[in-house]
Design a protein around this ligand. Sequence first.
Ligand code: TXE
Length: 479
Amino acid sequence: MKILNYINGAFSPPLSGECLDNYNPAEGTVYGQIPNSSKEDVERAVVAAKAAFKAWSITSLEGRNRILKKISDLLLTNIDRFAMAESIDNGKPIALAKSVDIPRAASNFRFFANAITQFSSESHESVGANAVNYTLRQPIGVVGCISPWNLPLYLFTWKIAPALAAGNCVVAKPSEITPMTAYLLGEICTEAGLPNGVLNIVHGTGKLTGQAIIEHPEIKAISFTGGTQTGAHIAKVAAPMFKKLSLELGGKNPNIIFADADYEEMLHTTIRSSFSNQGQICLCGSRIFVESTIYEKFKTDFIAKTKALKVGHPSEANTDIGALVSKEHLEKVMAYIDRAPAEGAKILCGGNRITVQDAPNGYYLAPTVIEVPSNDCSLNQEEIFGPVVTLMPFDTVDEVLGYANDVKYGLSATLWTNNLKRTLRMSSELHVGIVWVNTWMMRDLRTPFGGVKSSGVGREGGFEALRFFTEAKNVCMKY
Ligand code: TXE
C-alpha cells in the first residue's frame, strides 16, 4: 500500500516522487511505501496552513468543538480499521491497539474539543493606579507536531488535538516507521468537515522532513515526542529562531516496591508496567527496586508471571507481547542484553529472540528480567525501550530515593506502599514529572504530563497544552 501526504485537504505524492519502504515488524517484510517528503513538500504544507489560519483562528469555539468531536466519533466508528492498521504497522497486539491506542486517540480529540470551551484567562485590577489588566490567549499561527513510533496515533493526536482546538493550523509528521494511522486520519478529518489546510500531514524521515519542519521560520512552535538526542538537536535548531518548544523525551523510570504493598495488585500491575507494548512506552517502569524483606519472593513470582506471558503474532487475540517495532530497534535492545555479563548482571529469564509460527522473520523478543549488581551500570542508566527490566533490592527509603534520582532521566516513578508518611515524602523528593502511587499509567487528561532533566521540557495535557499552543497577551487599560 502506498500512502500519501495530506496537504490542503487533499492527498498527494511527494514532489520528488521519492519513497521509503514501510515494514510489517510482525513478519519482517516490506508491505508499503511512504513519501520521503522534502523541504518543498513541507513548504507546500506551511503555505496551506498559513492560508487556512485566518479563518480557523476566528472560527467560534463551538465550531471547533463540533468538528473535533466529529473526528473523535469517526475514529470510534472506524476503530477496527484503525486498530488493525496500528497493529500491522507497529507490531503491537491488536487487542492493545483496540482497547487503548485508538480509543485514547478519540479521547484526545473529544477532551480538547471540550477543554477549549472551558479555557479562561486571568484579569487583574491595579488598585490605586486606576487600571485593569486582562489577558488574551491567542493562537500562535502555524505549529509543528512531530511524534514517535511507539504509540503512533495516540501521541500524534495528543499534540494535534490541543493545537487545533486552540485555533492553530498544523504541519505534522508522524514517525516514518509507523505512518499508517496518521495517513488514515487525514480521510477522517476531511469527512468531519475540518477546513482544508488546517491540518497538514507530511510523511518522511526525521533527517529530511522533520528537519525541514523544525528549520522552517514560519513554524513558530514545535511539540515533539521522541528520543532525548533528537530533542536536544531540535532545541539547538529552534533556539536561535525563538520557537516555543515542548519536548517529551525518554525515561528510565523507577518502580519502587515496599513490603507493605498490596502484593497481588502490585505484581499484576508491575507485569503491565514492565512489558506493555513490548516495553516501548516512555513511562514503563524499567528499573524495579524491591524492599529486601520480600525481594526473593517477588523475584520468584515475577519471573513465573513473566514466563507465562504469550509472545505471539500481534493479530492473535491472546498475544500479550507482540513484535518490536523494527529490526534496528530489536538489535539495539539485544545489544543491551548482551552487555549483562560484562556488567556483572544476571539474566533471570528471557534475553533471547523468539520465532513465532508462520512469521519466522518477525522481530520478537522474550520478555527479559535482569538482576543488576548496582544502579550505576548502563542497564540501569540508559533507556533500553524494550521488554527488559532490571531488579535490585533495597533496605531504606534514603537508599532507594538515591537510586531513583541518580539517573539522567526524570519522567515518572511508581511507588507501591500503604505507608502515608513515606508516600508523601517520596512523592515530594523524587525528581520526576509524574508519580503514581499504587497504580501505573492511570491518566486523567486534565493533569500536566511531562518530565524533568533529560526527559524533556514543558508539559502537555489539559490547560497546560492549551497554554503551550497559545500566546498570552496582556492588555492594560487605564480609567
Ligand atoms: O526516535 P526519534 P528513534 C527513545 C527510545 C528509542 C530512542 C530512539 O529510547 O530507542 O528514543 O528512537 C523525528 N528533526 N524514544 O530514533 O529519532 C522522527 O522522524 C525533526 C522515546 O526512533 O527521536 C520521528 O518522527 N524530527 C520516545 C520522531 O522524531 C526528527 C518514543 C521520533 O524519532 C529529527 C520513541 C530531526 N532532525 C523513542 N530526527 C518517547 N519519549 O516516548 C528524527 N525526527
